[in-house]
Design a protein around this ligand. Structure first.
Ligand code: FES
Length: 383
């Protein structure tokens, strides 16, 4: 059975819809693309979504399909101005289209990668990317009734989730409430409108701060508010909420929902604002209590596959020490969030203080995040 047949057999089987709520649905071993594996992607198409937002469609240079969960992100890496720059972008396409993968990027003033992509990424051009990571996915909190709240380019992970649910015809009641500056800034406006007409269980609401040049805009104006939620999504308290957008927006959403009596256990947000990723990486602070004892020790780190080794102080993260030693490890956020630096510790022990970038089952398998792990003995890594 070839890869297409295998995908079709999964997507069309009676249990495909049930499997949507399980991470295993999209983590197919035959096409697995690990978050630590770099692949070369070839741009096959670009689409302007708004005046400053463009979608880049990629296929794998090696021809392999992609497997990921809706809501996950990849880490793209490119040579910009003579140095390697890496940035995380959530995948905007659904995993139901496994032979292409899209990211949708807003050109931001001074944004190194976003400007490079807008200026250089055209059909035929390639870039490198580390595989999908992140736990902001529907499988992390399966629910029949969901409320997706996004602002600006935070729409992308929720678009992937919506496209997947739509294409599989899932029995999921989704309200997708997106905030934009003006109607001209609404990303995926036409496609969302089309989907909501075709799917009775998808309600799309867009609220704009101002009308811009679209003086006949008849949607709600202003910002997201409890009053708007009560009026347009009266059952919001019954819904699993997924939120993505700029940090101030997500804080406001949290506050509005709390005021409205929504159960915080049913609230999920993209825990990292990728647009704010900056370099150089910032070394996470060492927990004070552990630092005192640990500061005294020096340990050896051996890389099993490459045969390299280096020594490091126990108050450093393994990622930072590797960089100092000239060893390149895949990384992005440096805060234990994105999962890019996930690596198996084959021998020895580390103290890891992460921020949600790794799952319990991965920890049980011996994986650790190098950007937020400090050794507590000599260690051997699967690198
Ligand atoms: Fe993001 Fe380590 S670089 S979790």
């Amino acid at each position: 059975m070839n890869a297409i047949d295998m995908f079709c057999s999964v997507a069309s089987s009676a249990s495909a819809m049930d499997r949507f709520t399980s991470a295993e649905t999209w983590e197919r071993p035959d096409v697995q693309w690990g978050s630590h594996e770099m692949r070369t992607l070839t741009c096959c198409r670009t689409t302007d979504e708004t005046h400053d937002v463009r979608t880049f469609v990629f296929c794998g240079e090696d021809g392999r399909p992609f497997s990921f969960e809706p809501g996950q992100f990849i880490t793209v890496s490119a040579e910009v101005g003579g140095r390697t720059v890496s940035r995380c972008y959530t995948i905007s396409s659904p995993p139901t289209r496994p032979y292409t993968l899209t990211i949708t990027v807003k050109r931001t003033p001074g944004g190194v990668m976003s400007n490079w992509l807008h200026d250089n990424m055209k059909p035929g051009v390639t870039l490198n990317a580390y595989g999908p990571a992140g736990v902001f996915t529907p499988s992390s909190a399966p629910a029949v009734k969901a409320l997706y709240l996004s602002a600006g380019s935070g729409v992308t992970p929720l678009m992937s989730m919506t496209r997947a649910a739509f294409e599989l015809g899932l029995d999921r009641d989704i309200v997708f409430l997106h905030s934009a500056r003006t109607p001209q800034d609404i990303i995926f406006r036409d496609e969302l409108a089309r989907m909501s007409v075709q799917a009775a269980n998808l309600d799309v609401i867009q609220v704009c701060e101002g009308v811009g040049t679209e003086t006949d805009w008849n949607g709600p104006t202003g910002r997201l508010s409890l009053e708007l939620l009560e009026a347009r999504v009266p059952d919001f308290r019954e819904r699993e909420v997924f939120t993505c957008g700029p940090a101030p927006y997500m804080s406001a959403v949290k506050e509005i929902l709390a005021r409205g009596g929504h159960d915080p256990a049913r609230y999920h947000q993209e825990s990292f604002n990728f647009a704010e990723t900056v370099e150089p990486l910032v070394e996470p602070a060492v927990p004070a209590a552990e630092n005192q004892a640990a500061a005294q020790s020096t340990y050896t780190v051996r890389l099993a596959r490459s045969g390299k080794s280096f020594t490091m102080e126990s108050d450093q993260t393994i990622l930072a020490a590797a960089r100092k030693a000239g060893v390149v490890l895949a990384s992005s956020c440096s805060q234990g969030i994105c999962g890019t630096c996930k690596t198996a510790v084959l021998e020895g022990s580390v103290d890891m203080q992460h921020n949600g970038g790794i799952r319990k089952r991965e920890i049980d398998k011996g994986l650790r995040l190098m950007c937020c792990s400090r050794p507590t003995s000599d260690i051997v890594l699967d690198l």
